[in-house]
Ligand binder design. Structure first.
Ligand SMILES: C[S@@+](CC[C@H](N)C(=O)[O-])C[C@H]1O[C@@H](n2cnc3c(N)ncnc32)[C@H](O)[C@@H]1O
Ligand SMILES: Nc1nc2[nH]cc(C(=O)O)c2c(=O)[nH]1
Ligand code: SF4
Ligand SMILES: [Mg+2]
Length: 248
């Protein structure tokens, strides 16, 4: 007996928050009306994580175990029953048993994207409409297990998988180039990092927008200088519009 990790509760999904519809603010689906399901718990602790309320154990009592049908009911209530894109984020949503929710939602016409750092591969990645793999650069302080990351890449079709890499500095940028070179079939989205003021709470909407803008301009210059014309460079649109506010 014992040995069962406390990260999941049977078939239930550990939910930090469900919000929307809003627009997807990042990457390949930017601008697409989306409901977000943010799961609680992460196997990483990036130095600059903007979602600590879904990562830090001190917020654990705000995470609620929910059956897939209950999560789906909330998504449908938020969308008024009109099918739309659902983004599964976190925390690391790959920790959670999300296969049943994806199947249930797709049966009703909803589409599902999932964002993960690529530290856990799941067979149900293959059922997603889009898998966003966001390996963590040196500035995060987190090491990448490339063997597991490759399992994630293999679990979903290449056409549905994209790379989204956060870049804070030249070292991150060089790292992103190298990583992209290893996955020539995957579309690459570069995203300037934003320094967030801890601790995360509803009032922490302040963001160093000038810093993000400067980093964005620098990132565009770097990509053009290197003639890296297959890369796409996008800021976090929701951060530009609403700062680090939660639920948008
Ligand atoms: C909060 S994470 C949750 C999903 C998953 N754990 C991951 O990291 O991919 C969602 C996205 O936000 C990005 N992100 C987190 N903190 C950020 C920051 N301070 N600036 C820019 N992007 C950030 C992550 O790299 C990831 O692409
Ligand atoms: N609008 C909006 N777009 C997002 N794209 C990725 C997000 C995330 O935190 O995972 C996010 C988010 O929290 N809000
Ligand atoms: S992997 Fe994602 S959720 Fe986890 S700490 Fe890093 S940015 Fe935050
Ligand atoms: Mg975010």
């Amino acid at each position: 007996m014992g040995g069962i990790p406390s990260v999941t509760t049977g078939d239930k999904i550990r939910v930090s928050e469900i919000f929307g519809p809003t627009i997807q603010g990042e990457g390949a689906l930017i601008g697409v009306p989306t409901v977000f399901v943010r799961t609680g718990g992460c196997d990483y602790r990036c130095s600059w994580c903007d979602s600590l309320h879904a990562v830090d154990a001190e917020y654990r009592d705000t995470w609620k175990p929910m059956a897939p049908a209950a999560v789906m009911a909330e998504i449908e209530a938020l969308s008024g029953g009109a099918p739309l894109m659902v983004s599964l984020s976190g925390g690391n949503p790959a920790i959670q048993p999300l296969g049943a929710l994806i199947e249930l939602g797709q049966g009703k016409g909803y589409r599902f994207a999932l964002e993960t750092q690529g530290s856990l591969a799941r067979p149900w990645f293959g059922d997603l409409d889009m898998l966003v793999l966001s390996p963590k650069p040196p500035s995060s302080g987190m090491p990448v297990d490339w063997q597991i990351f490759n399992h994630c890449v293999a679990a979903a079709a290449e056409a549905k998988t994209v790379l989204k890499i956060v870049v804070f500095d030249e070292q991150d940028y060089q790292w992103a180039r190298e990583v992209a070179g290893h996955y020539p079939d995957l579309a690459v989205y570069l995203q300037p990092g934003n320094h967030t003021p801890p601790p995360p709470d509803d009032d922490a909407a302040v963001v160093d927008q000038e810093g993000v803008d400067a980093r964005m301009r620098w990132l565009v210059d770097r990509v053009i200088e290197d003639r890296w014309f297959t890369a796409k460079v996008l800021p976090q649109l929701h951060v530009m519009l609403w700062g680090n506010k939660r639920g948008v």
